[in-house]
Ligand binder design. Structure first.
Ligand code: NOJ
Length: 552
């Protein structure tokens, strides 16, 4: 199997504005983040994804870029970015940044020139219409705020196309000049030494009448060309695709052996189903979506090295785009009972509050997340079970300052006022307090990541579901699968049997057959006695990663 470094890595999503303020202006910055790299390293993380750090009016928190080659002044300078990159590399941490290719800010000089002058070469950098009626089959993504994908610009005297906020005009990928500009932006950051990009909103690059304007063949053509350029000029660069799509529509984003696109794609559909299964105490949502998920290691004509990226939360709402309307309604009722907890087609809450701060549920969910195939990414703050502030607008409630200690502003900043208020819980929920408690979220997260990383089979292994026996209840309430290195090896560390009781009642599993003197240790509970049989009672919401031991 073609194992690349990112198959063995744990990622961390870092929001610079939230992490550490070094100059007392109430905004996190790169100099501050440097001081906190040791925390990231201590978690067992290998690669950091830095959310947009470019010059921007911040109407979509930096996903509205006004200058692709400048650092946002609140975050520092290019030199500060470089210092951050060097400091991360010195600790063995890789860094990828966000590449927002689909759109710019309306403050970008290209758009400003385009709207003012129909003859400007920049006019054709964007998508215009006299009527704003084209591409009516394209859905509206930010549907709580936008009512159309077209907005009339009085200066231009035309409508412009935008898939996100009306302050984010879409670039026109039918114009080869746009490709050239984007390639040069990619070169600029790779020349600086970053390790790759998380590429934003890629399904929407092209528009074609009569389609939903997602995943179009033209988009794939462009992405193949982009990968070709990157491989030729910067071999080994990691590109991660952000495409919120069904597994079968995601697959083409890996490309083919002859023409690869992305080495890694976020697996959006599995994420809500982990929460759904947990709440419904029923494994079937997870089982069903994996049945629909191509096995990358064995799928025909998938480029070697293809890998999923998995996550429980990120900086956006917990998206329910990839579930049916019925399930979405159910998920809202279960996880977002208050209207302020909902946004667009999702839930604007953080991990710990979603789970009622219940450590057992948190452990169970993370144990599933970290043993399923894919490279995991942890969202900043979730390692300490940080809360959300649902009274802040849009998705900001999940982007409040990191809680380091119980001093003023949680040790994040010495300013009078921070960009958003620190969550009021910070006195109890912070890194310093949790450092001292071996059973804290923080130390449990370290333990889980370390344990996962210690098992080759959990990082790179194949995957198969395992039947749990004939007990009616446990066949749906207990999720069981095996991760193993192929060809099956007798080596004790090559196979991990993962068992999760999703139910809040004990469940009996009857998986044992001809067990003889075999025994297993539970990696998740290393101080408990070995198991001598797989016919066992599982405690409520219990999680086990079992590895067979050889006894003589
Ligand atoms: C996806 C990003 O995750 C989100 O935060 C952003 O608003 C949109 N893309 C538009 O760039």
């Amino acid at each position: 199997m073609a194992a690349e470094w990112y198959h063995d890595a744990v990622f961390y999503e870092l929001y610079i504005r939230a992490y550490q303020d070094s100059n007392g202006d109430g905004q996190g910055d790169f100099r501050g983040a440097i001081q906190r790299l040791d925390h990231i390293k201590s978690l067992g993380v290998d690669c950091i994804w830095v959310m947009p750090h470019y010059a921007s009016p911040l109407l979509d928190d930096g996903y509205d870029i006004a200058d692709y080659t400048a650092v946002h002044p609140d975050y520092g300078t290019l030199n500060d970015f470089k210092a951050f990159l060097d400091a991360a590399h010195a600790r063995g941490l890789k860094v990828i940044t966000d590449l927002v290719m689909n759109h710019t800010s309306d403050q970008h000089p290209w758009f400003q020139a385009a709207r003012k002058d129909p003859q400007s070469p920049y006019r054709n950098y964007y998508v215009w219409s006299d009527t704003g009626t084209e591409y009516a089959d394209a859905r509206i993504i930010f549907l709580d705020i936008e009512s159309s994908n077209w907005t009339y610009d009085p200066v231009a005297g035309q409508y412009f196309w935008h898939r996100f906020f009306s302050s984010q005009p879409d670039l026109n990928y039918d114009n080869p000049k746009v490709h050239e500009e984007m390639f040069n932006i990619i070169r600029f950051w790779l020349d600086m030494g970053i390790d790759g990009f998380r590429v934003d909103a890629i399904p929407y690059l092209y528009e074609r009448e009569g389609t939903n304007c997602e995943n179009l063949p033209e988009t794939h053509e462009f992405l193949k060309g982009m990968r070709r350029m990157v491989e030729e000029e910067y071999p080994g660069t990691l590109l991660v695709a952000e495409a919120n799509q069904w597994p079968e529509d995601l697959l083409p984003y890996f490309g083919t052996r002859a023409e690869p696109e992305f080495p890694m794609c976020f697996h959006f559909p599995i994420m809500p189903r982990l929460y759904q299964s947990l709440k419904a105490q029923d494994k079937r949502p997870i089982v069903d979506i994996w049945a629909r998920t191509p096995d990358l290691a064995h799928a025909p004509d998938i480029p070697p090295g293809a890998q999923w990226m998995t996550f429980l939360r990120n900086h956006d709402e917990l998206t329910l785009e990839m579930v049916t309307p019925d399930v979405r309604q159910w998920m809202w009722e279960q996880y977002a009972p208050e209207p302020q907890m909902r946004l667009n087609l999702g839930i604007r809450r953080r991990l710990a509050p979603l789970l009622d701060r219940d450590k057992q549920k948190w452990f169970l969910l993370n144990a599933m997340f970290l043993s399923l195939p894919g490279t995991p990414i942890v969202y900043y703050g979730d390692e300490i079970g940080m809360g959300d502030n649902i009274w802040l607008p849009d998705r900001h409630g999940c982007r409040t300052p990191m809680q380091w200690d119980d001093s003023r502003n949680s040790g994040f900043s010495t300013a009078q006022e921070t960009y958003f208020p620190v969550h009021q819980e910070y006195g109890e929920i912070n890194v310093a307090v949790q450092e001292k408690d071996p059973k804290s979220f923080l130390n449990l997260m370290r333990f889980l990541l370390k344990t996962r990383q210690g098992q080759l089979a959990l990082r790179r292994g194949d995957f198969e579901f395992v039947e749990t026996g004939l007990d009616a209840d446990s066949t749906t309430a207990v999720l069981a699968y095996r991760r193993f290195i192929n060809p099956r090896s007798v080596n004790e560390h090559q196979s991990v049997l993962c068992l999760f009781n999703l139910s809040d009642r004990a469940q009996k599993v009857t998986m044992g057959k001809d067990e003889g003197t075999r025994s297993w240790i539970d990696l998740l509970h290393p101080h408990t006695k070995p198991w001598h049989s797989l016919n066992a009672d599982l405690g409520p919401r219990a999680a086990h990663w079992l590895v067979e031991i050889t006894t003589h």
